[in-house]
Design a binder for this molecule. Structure first.
Ligand SMILES: O=P(O)(O)OP(=O)(O)OP(=O)(O)OC[C@H]1O[C@@H](n2cnc3c(O)ncnc32)[C@H](O)[C@@H]1O
Ligand SMILES: [Mg+2]
Length: 219
């Protein structure tokens, strides 16, 4: 797949500071100037699609159209097996108008009840949109189990109740760099990099991996 170049400025088409911070960290080695939709005063489009990809594309297109710059949107959520994939694309909406994720996590836990299946997947679709109407979307997933009560104050959203498979710490307890190395967002991001910069991307990924290894020598 051959995609148009990104240039040196892009808009992060998200109003979620947690996501904007994580995407900024993933983009840091690239020297691209990043502005968020909130910083640019863009309106938050209504998420009317029925899939992560549909919503990510709609958010990216709206920001590219409004700014004339390439835009990167993220639509993501927590799909809980025993809840038939809910809250899924409704993950932000379960937090209500106050964006109260303590409440959203309580709802997930209450809906699970005594279910012995606590498995869940975080899903992220990153979608790039260019001002000429081109788009490209990339999906990442990370599997894990839900714990109660929530643990840790790092990260955002549902992080404190999610323990990735093979790990002890929740995303809310982990060093941010460690979450970045395995998260659904990071997985989607490496696919995006592979599509945008197949050769340069390899060097940049190694740079990021080296930085993570220096901070986490046990990895
Ligand atoms: O649409 P934008 O403006 O990007 O911001 P949003 O918060 O509304 O984002 P979504 O519509 O994609 O909803 C996804 C919700 O899923 C949750 N979520 C996504 N990624 C997460 C992560 O890495 N850790 C914890 N929760 C996450 C988080 O609570 C988000 O609010
Ligand atoms: Mg949203």
């Amino acid at each position: 797949m051959s995609l148009p170049p990104l240039g040196d400025k892009i808009v992060i088409a998200s109003h979620n500071n947690g996501k904007v911070g994580e995407i900024g960290a993933l983009l840091a080695p690239w020297g691209i100037m990043v502005r968020s939709a909130a910083q640019l005063g863009l309106v938050e489009p209504e998420e009317t699609a029925s899939t992560f990809a549909g919503n990510a594309e709609l958010k990216a297109r709206a920001a590219a159209r409004a700014t004339g710059l390439p835009a990167l949107a993220d639509d993501s959520g927590l799909a809980v097996t025993a809840l038939g994939g809910n809250p899924g694309i409704y993950s932000a909406r379960w937090a209500g108008p106050e964006k109260d994720f303590g409440l959203a996590m309580e709802k997930v836990n209450a809906a699970l009840g005594k279910s012995s299946d606590r498995s869940a997947v975080f899903i992220c679709v990153l979608c790039l949109a260019w001002p000429d109407g081109n788009t490209a979307c990339f999906e990442g997933r990370v599997a894990g189990n839900l714990v109660w009560p929530p643990r840790g104050k790092r990260g955002f959203g549902y992080d404190p109740m999610f323990v990735p498979k093979g790990h002890e710490l929740s995303f809310g307890e982990m060093e941010p760099a460690r979450k970045h190395a395995m998260s659904h967002r990071a997985q989607a991001f490496s696919k995006l990099v592979a599509a945008i910069a197949p050769n340069g991307g390899k060097a940049k990924r190694e740079e990021t991996d080296d930085a993570i290894r220096r901070t986490h020598p046990e990895r």
